[in-house]
Design a binder for this molecule. Structure first.
Ligand SMILES: Nc1ncnc2c1ncn2[C@@H]1O[C@H](COP(=O)(O)OP(=O)(O)OP(=O)(O)O)[C@@H](O)[C@H]1O
Length: 309
């Protein structure tokens, strides 16, 4: 059975089956196959140019695939959008300048087949106080909140967000994710592209890592960290530090010495620590921990770069 057939059979929200999109000689999306399921909160990660925005544009029917199929709720992206099943917040979406926030959100609600009440939509995006302000008089973070309001103007089953919190301050970001959690708890599927890996770690129950238009990893944040393999080891040493000896430790993938503190990454922490004691040094405050999602992401994409270049 193809991924799309599987997607439809299992009631998947989104099904990509061998999707490719090229711009001239650039393969922005390269044979991508994936299925998203109801109620999932999914983070789409990838370095600049990995194909995240193109993937979201294909999903929203804003771009057409060269080959392969894109299905949303078992039909075309356009049908899903016309039915009001998809709410989207894009990076580049221009906002009408000469209208007020209230007018624009009212219009967004009027255009949605299953609109929420305008005051609720404004309140959810913390825009009630700004309802009479012209959109072109807003700060960047406030404009992001307007895009967010438009993405949640109606009762959509899938919410697609391209780098939604860029430009938002810390409290706006926290409020934004609290709202998104509510949306997910109500059974909606949330797909967001981001460069903030700590957000993906904290929010997403599934993480997709794209690299040159291909899916490099797909799993929970914990699975992605485990896939990267390496562990972090940190300790303090008294007296002069013999960096060349440390650099020769087995399974070492990185070394950072700062004052008395040594931080290393190792693909086999047990063996590295064993060899460390064999050097006759006396490490203090020894800590061994897994990689954070950000380090895992860097390790996975760097390994792929090295493999393909
Ligand atoms: N309209 C276009 N014309 C030509 N090339 C394009 C176009 N849009 C995107 N690309 C190229 O396709 C590739 C994927 O771009 P895309 O914007 O999807 O990546 P991204 O992962 O969203 O990147 P970023 O994190 O920088 O936003 C890049 O190499 C980009 O230069």
């Amino acid at each position: 059975m193809t991924a799309t057939a599987t997607a439809e059979a299992t009631g998947s929200v989104v099904g990509f089956d061998q999707v490719t999109k090229t711009y001239g000689s650039v393969r922005a999306v390269d044979g991508l196959t994936l299925a998203l399921h109801p109620g999932e909160t999914v983070a789409l990660l990838g370095p600049n140019g990995a194909g995240k925005s193109t993937t979201l544009d294909l999903l929203l029917g804003l771009k057409q695939a060269d080959s392969g199929s894109v299905r949303v709720f078992g039909g075309s992206p356009r049908d899903a959008i016309v039915a009001g099943r998809v709410g989207a917040m894009l990076q580049s979406g221009g906002l009408m300048d000469e209208v007020t926030v209230g007018e624009l959100v009212r219009l967004g609600c009027a255009l949605h087949p299953k609109p929420f009440p305008v005051p609720d939509v404004l309140a959810r995006a913390s825009l009630t106080q700004l309802a009479d302000r012209k959109v072109n008089k807003l700060s960047g973070g406030q404009q992001q909140r307007v895009r967010f309001a438009l993405a949640t103007a109606g009762d959509s089953d899938l919410i697609v967000l391209d780098e939604p919190t860029t430009g938002m301050d810390v409290s706006a970001r926290q409020a934004f994710w609290a709202t998104m959690r509510e949306q997910a708890d109500q059974g909606r599927t949330v797909l967001f592209a981001t460069h903030y890996l700590e957000e993906a770690d904290a929010i997403a129950d599934r993480v997709l890592v794209l690299h040159r238009g291909r899916l490099l990893a797909d799993g929970t944040a914990a699975e992605i960290k485990a896939k990267a393999g390496a562990r972090r080891i940190a300790f303090d040493l008294e007296g002069p530090i013999d960096e060349p000896a440390l650099r020769d430790l087995p399974f070492l993938t990185s070394l950072d010495v700062s004052g008395h503190t040594v931080r290393i990454q190792s693909s086999d922490a047990d063996a590295t620590v064993h060899a460390l004691y064999g050097l006759g040094v006396h490490p203090r405050n020894l800590e061994v921990a897994g990689l954070g999602l950000e380090q895992a992401f860097v390790a996975i994409t760097a390994a792929e770069e090295a493999r393909t270049s």
